[in-house]
Ligand binder design. Structure first.
Ligand SMILES: Nc1ncnc2c1ncn2[C@@H]1O[C@H](COP(=O)(O)OP(=O)(O)OP(=O)(O)O)[C@@H](O)[C@H]1O
Ligand SMILES: [Mg+2]
Length: 261
């Protein structure tokens, strides 16, 4: 549950423009993310999804327009204070190679000065949450894990300090379908119980439909649609339909589809 004082709108983009290396990357992005919702961003590679996340935690600043987080423009936030409220799962996982899994996961709680017992208990709790047995994995180094296991440690690290906001950049991309489906179940339980505000990027449209309260579609730096999964599925926008086509093609080739059809 959000605290009673929490603003109903957690993140707002007002006419955000961003160029890098001389080319426009984001064009006029307007967006509001409500407390407790999961906004899933989809779009082709290079469309600007990761850039949107980096504007929220002020790793990037807009050339024009404003990004407002928890009622305050990111330009006015102390970046450290801002990032303490945000769990961030980076696209490349980004674990510290010289630190054990345990150290990676309890990094933010240690920075926040939690009691040692609370830190240890929390690390074990979040590792278990993402399906990693702490006894078997906590003392390993990242290179001693598979890619999917590393990715799960990245998710555990982002939620360890219990931040109200989560930015997740393709957090489940390296997982096999069975593990991914298990993590989806866990994720939905976390969503129901903790009501975190989440912006999640994925290339997997099925994942988007499963996890999103709303889906945002980015095309060449423009937000061409933001709506409920149901409305996105019914969209007639050619850019949205192009993203949906692979989903329909898969379902059309499913054996039961042929038997029944
Ligand atoms: N430092 C940079 N200098 C110039 N261009 C950049 C820089 N970083 C990113 N870009 C460009 O910005 C655009 C958006 O990048 P971004 O990482 O947001 O894409 P994305 O939608 O997350 O893609 P992907 O799905 O492949 O992760 C891309 O065209 C990329 O080449
Ligand atoms: Mg990206």
């Amino acid at each position: 549950m959000p605290e009673p004082s929490a603003p109903p709108i957690e993140i707002q983009f007002h006419g955000v423009e961003l160029s890098r290396g001389g080319s426009k990357i984001l064009r006029g992005i307007d967006l509001a993310v409500q407390t407790g919702e999961t906004l899933v961003l989809v779009g082709r590679s290079g469309s600007g999804k990761s850039t949107v996340l980096k504007l929220v935690n002020r790793m990037l600043s807009p050339d024009r327009g404003r990004v407002v987080v928890r009622g305050k423009a990111t330009a006015d936030w102390d970046p450290i204070q801002l990032r303490r409220q945000i769990g961030y799962v980076v696209q490349e996982v980004g674990l510290f190679p010289h630190m054990t899994v345990q150290r990676n996961v309890d990094l933010v709680p240690r920075l926040l000065g939690w009691e040692p017992e609370r830190i240890a208990a929390r690390a074990a709790e979040v590792l278990a949450l993402v399906g990693l047995d702490p006894a078997a994995h906590a003392q390993r180094y990242p290179h001693q894990l598979s890619g999917g296991q590393r990715q799960r440690v990245g998710v555990a690290r982002a939620v360890a300090a219990d931040p109200p906001l989560l930015l997740m950049d393709e957090p489940f991309g390296a997982l096999d379908p069975v593990t991914r489906s298990e993590i989806h179940d866990e994720f939905r339980t976390i969503q129901r119980q903790l009501r975190k505000t989440i912006v999640l990027v994925t290339h997997d449209m099925a994942e988007a439909f499963l996890l999103a309260t709303r889906i945002g579609v980015i095309e060449q730096g423009r937000l061409i649609a933001v709506d409920t999964p149901r409305a996105i599925a019914a969209s007639t926008h050619p850019g949205v339909q192009a993203l949906l086509r692979p989903l329909f093609e898969i379902s059309a080739t499913m054996p039961q589809g042929k038997a029944e059809g």
